[in-house]
Design a protein around this ligand. Structure first.
Ligand SMILES: Nc1ncnc2c1ncn2[C@@H]1O[C@H](COP(=O)(O)OP(=O)(O)OP(=O)(O)O)[C@@H](O)[C@H]1O
Ligand SMILES: [Mg+2]
Length: 363
């Protein structure tokens, strides 16, 4: 479980430390920094996946991403963005800064200045450090418990995680990597008219819904065949009381269908409403038969009618039995419905002079 996240100099966040519980709900007005925090957590996972640079470049590069408040007028060479997380087992921290100007055309790439992993509960003592990286030099604890300098090349634009050619020799580092790679993020499902989700898809077992929902039919059928179907049926019955959902297989191409009372034929995903598809995606994502350690949801209530909120609350409560949840929302009703059943940590944020601040931490 993630116990704490620290973010420095990432978009509107100058410096925030957030303690996390099993279920965390984040509120605040438009532009206060909710999605920025969501993305900062996503960046930690991107580092573990070896695509930190790509993710950052897609966000406009370090120049755009670095906090640009008044107090940020320090020299470019000294500016750093810091992300760290402390879990029950380990602490991971990365610090990136700007590359030297005019050395390369890849000026969106960040430069990893420091990267550390400590075993949890040792207050970052040097003896608990299993990875220490400065620029392109890395010092790691190997499978025999010995600390040694990594002899192969480490590129400065990416995390150490994706660059170890022999990860089995560094079991602690590999464990941390696997745990962070397993986090899942759901923001916007691609439900546009010609999206993959609306057309028949090749059916292969999919215990995890893709972040854009593109494998919805396959993930739905996986849930039906390998567990969780009872919970799914209950939730879909309460959200759509006069409908039944099932998958049709035509030469291994799967289509999710909805049979609605009063209609003489089932409707395919191409014909379903945006809100219905979003809710189906959330259901399949949150009831995954391979629950991840952590799921972040960014405004899942978007485009759902208020009468769907009890079913959404049920879904989140059910998922939180197996998974730690970070939920960004604009709906006090959703939080109240969840709060009737289980406890959660509540953060209300505000944007003060261009800086995201915690306004309240109770509900
Ligand atoms: N580099 C930066 N430095 C300072 N502030 C930034 C930077 N980049 C973006 N911002 C600010 O971050 C804010 C957007 O934050 P974010 O998208 O997290 O809002 P939100 O709370 O998710 O809002 P919404 O409810 O509308 O989705 C904007 O106000 C923008 O001005
Ligand atoms: Mg947002």
């Amino acid at each position: 479980m993630i116990k704490q996240i620290q973010i420095q100099n990432f978009r509107s966040v100058r410096n925030l430390e957030l303690e996390l519980d099993n279920l965390n709900i984040v509120f605040g007005p438009n532009g206060c920094g909710k999605s920025n925090i969501y993305k900062a957590i996503q960046l930690l996972s991107a580092a573990a996946n070896g695509n930190f640079s790509q993710f950052l470049s897609e966000e406009g590069g370090l120049e755009n991403v670095m906090w640009s408040g008044q107090a940020a007028l320090t020299s470019r060479a000294k500016k750093r963005m810091l992300l760290s997380c402390e879990t029950t087992d380990y602490e991971y921290e990365l610090q990136v800064g700007f590359p030297e100007p005019l050395v390369s055309m890849f000026n969106l790439d960040p430069k990893f200045k420091e990267e550390h992993i400590w075993l949890s509960g040792h207050r970052r003592r040097p003896s608990a450090c299993v990875l220490q990286r400065k620029y392109s030099a890395a010092f790691l604890t190997n499978v025999n418990g010995e600390k040694s300098t990594y002899s192969k090349t480490i590129y400065e634009n990416e995390s150490v995680f994706g660059q170890l050619s022999d990860p089995h020799l560094y079991p602690e580092v590999s464990q941390v990597r696997e745990s962070m790679r397993n986090w899942r993020f759901y923001h916007e499902f691609n439900i546009s008219r010609h999206s993959a989700l609306r057309i028949p898809q090749v059916g292969y077992r999919s215990p995890v819904l893709a972040s854009d929902g593109s494998n919805l039919a396959a993930a739905f059928q996986t849930l039906v065949e390998i567990g969780g179907v009872k919970e799914m049926e209950e939730i879909l019955d309460s959200a759509f009381p006069d409908c039944r959902f099932f998958v049709e297989n035509e030469r291994s191409r799967f289509t999710l269908l909805m049979q609605k009372r009063g209609l003489i034929r089932p409707l395919s995903t191409a014909e379903l409403s945006d809100g219905t598809l979003r809710f189906l995606c959330l259901t399949v994502a949150l009831l995954s038969p391979r629950p991840p350690a952590f799921i972040a949801l960014n405004e899942p209530e978007n485009s759902l009618h208020p009468q769907m909120l009890p079913a959404l609350a049920k879904l989140i409560i059910e998922a939180s039995r197996y998974t730690q949840i970070w939920l960004t929302s604009h709906s006090p009703v959703l939080a109240e419905l969840i709060g009737k059943e289980i406890a959660f940590r509540f953060y209300e944020l505000e944007n003060n002079d261009g800086e995201t601040k915690i306004r309240e931490q109770n509900f």
